[in-house]
Design a protein around this ligand. Structure first.
Ligand SMILES: CC(C)(COP(=O)(O)OP(=O)(O)OC[C@H]1O[C@@H](n2cnc3c(N)ncnc32)[C@H](O)[C@@H]1OP(=O)(O)O)[C@@H](O)C(=O)NCCC(=O)NCCS
Length: 229
């Protein structure tokens, strides 16, 4: 989708792997600046998310760089616990583009992508950032204790690279510095999703060589607009 200011927000594919190292550097720099922990991700991990249609990328076509359109922002989704949970993770907006509503657009895309692909999965995120808490709350997430999140070890292994991991271990995975926030679709039955984004994501999924798998074919989401969001 291209917004009025010319910024494009898209579901990434294999052709966007060239942006991965810049994305990872930008995430590392931001964590250093905030003095917070981050789950360290490898190039291969992020590239795979792109290939699987689980990553959202924001680009600025009005500014050309050696990679092509300038990198603006990124986030990705992943399923856990046999697709009963989906996370949105790794949200980053390049410092040159912060404060321009870009994170909100990316978040709307990852949220909608998760709802379209796994309509019955609970969506959660772990965050220590006020901005993310604000956006999650607007989408209907609520803060929860960690025992309401997935017990999939593969998810929690992702926290190992974080400087706060010893705290998580000490608390037996029940609490940490991050706040857990959960969106339970069962509590939001019949609620619409941002309509333009929904249609754009359906178009992008259909364009792919092998259409992206969804877990429940029978359940197209409601498509009426979601007000302010
Ligand atoms: C946090 C970050 C993603 C926000 O990106 P952004 O494009 O500047 O955010 P947006 O302009 O879309 O703002 C979205 C909402 O968050 C709020 N917000 C943005 N930055 C904020 C901050 N530092 N503190 C509190 N709220 C903030 C905005 O006011 C807006 O809320 P509103 O719609 O009610 O006004 C970006 O600053 C960033 O990449 N930071 C470094 C990495 C990071 O902190 N990632 C989050 C990990 S938890």
């Amino acid at each position: 989708m291209t917004y009025e200011d010319g910024i494009k927000v898209i579901v990434a594919d294999a052709s966007h792997e060239k942006y991965v190292d810049l994305i990872l550097d930008t995430i590392r720099e931001a964590a250093k600046k905030r003095g917070t922990g981050i789950a360290e991700r490898t190039h291969e991990y992020v590239a795979t998310k792109m290939k699987e249609g689980k990553a959202v990328l924001a680009l600025d076509p009005s500014k050309q760089t050696e990679l092509g359109d300038a990198f603006v922002g990124f986030s990705y989704i992943e399923t856990w616990g046999n697709k009963s949970y989906v996370t949105t993770s790794g949200l980053i907006v390049h410092p040159d583009y912060q404060g321009r509503n870009i994170a909100k657009r990316i978040k709307d895309h990852t949220f909608t992508l998760a709802r379209v692909r796994w309509p019955h999965a609970k969506i959660f995120s772990l965050t220590s950032g006020d901005a993310v808490m604000k956006m999650n709350t607007a989408l209907g997430y609520v803060p929860v204790s960690f025992n309401q999140l997935t017990d999939d070890d593969a998810f929690w292994r992702g926290c190992r690279g974080c400087i706060n991991h010893p705290i998580l271990e000490m608390k037996n995975r029940k609490f940490c510095i991050c706040t857990g926030m959960l969106y339970d679709p069962a509590q939001h039955k019949g609620e619409p999703t941002p309509v333009e984004i929904f249609q754009e994501i359906m178009r992008e999924m259909a364009k792919r060589e092998s259409p992206l798998p969804t877990s429940h074919k029978e359940s197209p989401l409601p498509t009426s607009p979601k007000g302010e969001e």
